[in-house]
Design a protein around this ligand. Structure first.
Ligand code: HEM
Length: 122
């Protein structure tokens, strides 16, 4: 009985050692690196989305597709529509009346982001 116990113990530790030695040779577990590929749009591409049904704007360096949001915007359409297809940071910052949008407008805006504006070449 004592002999069986000894053999079982030795076998157990041999197995543990074998697994340990085996795992040392394995390549490290693949790291999950999220590759964030962001789209970049030129001013020309932005300008080709300048209708109420297809309205993009560039604000603070990002491009937003606001087509779905425009009917919800609280101002008269004439106030916001001229900014479709354009760089509209100043208009957004001031509501064209020198007053900033409320913080929840920023949260809304974030939902429509589709990429960044390609910086103009010098
Ligand atoms: C870039 C051109 C824009 C202009 C000129 C503009 C202008 C205005 C104006 C004049 C108002 C006041 C409306 C009223 O109370 O009668 C307003 C309100 C509002 N706008 Fe805009 N807007 C622009 C873009 C946006 C965008 C892109 C969003 C969000 C996606 C947005 C969200 C809102 C919200 C939530 C309000 C009501 C709360 C507040 O006054 O901040 N606007 N905007």
């Amino acid at each position: 009985m004592r002999r069986l116990y000894l053999v079982a113990t030795v076998l157990f530790w041999l197995l543990v050692a074998a697994f340990w030695a085996g795992s040392r040779g394995l390549p490290p577990a693949e790291e999950s690196v999220a590759v964030v590929t962001e789209k970049s749009f030129s001013a020309g591409e932005l300008a080709s989305h300048a209708t109420p049904e297809n309205c993009w704007m560039a604000i603070h360096g990002s491009v937003y597709d606001l087509s779905a949001y425009l009917p919800e915007h609280p101002s008269r359409p004439e106030v916001i529509l001229p900014w479709c297809g354009k760089e509209a940071t100043e208009a957004y910052n001031t509501k064209t009346k020198g007053r900033a949008h409320k913080p929840y407008a920023d949260d809304l805006l974030a939902q429509y982001r589709i990429g960044k504006l390609t910086p103009a070449q010098p």
